[in-house]
Write a protein that binds this ligand. Structure first.
Ligand SMILES: Cc1ncc(C[n+]2csc(CCOP(=O)(O)OP(=O)(O)O)c2C)c(N)n1
Ligand SMILES: [Mg+2]
Length: 351
């Protein structure tokens, strides 16, 4: 693989990591986690039940739940580096990485998260509903598993029209246990549709360990029952992900039908702002040894492909893009109307 592509893979991962790391500054769950006693914890839990705690998010600059994919960047980047603008991608509730890796703009993503009119979904979608038809990013989705079946639409269109475009659905180990998994894999294989099903097996669905939810630890093994290739890849190594996705994408473009690609990966953060603490610290520490940015960054350095100065310049470039996105989002206007409510955002916020 050419040096430029290898460096570009690092750049893409740095973009996602920087973007999501910055989100933590804007997403205000601090009040929820600053509990110091059992009574306080119980009180926080009670508040959460009455939805009072959800106000924490609106006290910050980002409202609604935010699911970070820090630790999983090699999956979205390794896959999306094989895609062109005509190839469709569908994501889950954890969609920032997929959006950015598919070529989404930081400005549009951050403005969307901040509910601004300049957001990619005009400020009406938020974190789970990033959407940009110009780059064929056909949406994050809060319904677990929904994207598996949706991905068949553009795949069918590509086959019907005779283009070489493919369609990708990213989903989790939890999503693999939804009925849509069966429907989508069966039909895509039957009709030989150009789809790539990418299961990001990060070992948890919310706080439920995959060990007590998957009857067979390898989701990819299920492919045999449908008659499509099932491949396991190292989700912490962007080169491994790139190579596995390339095989699958090439096969799909050549009319060879779908592939189920399972990435073994791990998220370093909690499920979302309100659901920390289910991962054992030792387990988390062990996976952090295989941080995808470190794995790839150290390899580039060891092979003499990227000097420390070049790495610094790459990081500076990414942070400049991010700073500009923050300035853009913060200075962007609110959407004129609250959808369906008939009042302006200014009025709504003044209530
Ligand atoms: C149909 C449906 N059921 C339940 C939920 C609640 N829910 C939100 S995220 C989640 C866990 C998803 O786990 P996984 O698919 O492994 O993705 P990950 O969060 O690990 O990225 C659940 C059950 C939902 N959003 N939709
Ligand atoms: Mg999961």
């Amino acid at each position: 693989m050419e040096r430029e592509l290898r460096i570009d893979l690092l750049r893409r991962m740095l973009r996602i990591r920087a973007f999501e790391s910055r989100l933590k500054d804007f997403y205000d769950y601090a009040g929820y986690f600053a509990v110091e006693s059992a009574e306080e914890e119980a009180q926080s839990a009670a508040e959460l039940l009455t939805c009072v705690s959800y106000e924490f998010s609106s006290r910050g600059m980002i409202g609604g739940a935010v699911h970070l994919s820090i630790g999983q960047e090699a999956v979205s980047v390794g896959v999306c580096a094989n895609l062109g603008p005509g190839d469709a991608a569908f994501s889950s509730h954890r969609s920032h990485g997929h959006f950015l890796a598919k070529g989404g703009s930081m400005d549009a993503a951050l403005a969307e998260l901040m509910g601004r009119a300049t957001g990619c979904s005009r400020g009406c979608g938020g974190s789970m509903h990033l959407f940009d038809p110009d780059i064929a990013f056909l949406g994050g989705n809060g319904i677990i598993g929904a994207q598996l079946t949706l991905a068949l639409g553009p795949a069918f269109a590509a086959k019907y029209r005779g283009t070489r475009d493919v369609s990708v659905a990213f989903f989790g180990d939890g999503g693999a246990n939804q009925g849509t998994f069966n429907e989508a894999l069966n039909l895509a294989t039957l009709w030989k549709l150009p789809v790539l099903f990418v299961c990001e097996n990060n070992l948890y669905a919310n706080s439920t360990p995959a060990a007590i939810a998957l009857s067979e630890p390898d989701v990819a093994a299920r492919a045999a029952g449908y008659g499509l290739p099932g491949v396991v890849a190292d989700g912490q190594d962007v080169l491994a992900m790139y190579a596995a996705a390339k095989d699958a994408v090439d096969r799909a473009r050549d009319g060879g039908g779908p592939t189920l690609l399972e990435a073994k990966t791990y998220r370093f953060e909690g499920h979302c702002g309100v659901a920390h603490g289910h991962q054992h610290p030792d387990e988390c520490a062990a996976w952090k040894q295989r941080d995808p940015l470190v794995v790839h960054g150290e390899r580039l350095a060891a092979e003499g492909l990227l000097s420390a100065a070049e790495r610094g310049a790459l990081e500076a470039e990414v942070h400049a893009e991010l700073d500009a996105a923050v300035a853009f989002a913060i200075s962007s206007p609110w959407p004129e109307r609250v959808p369906g409510a008939g009042v302006s955002y200014a009025e709504e916020r003044a209530r």
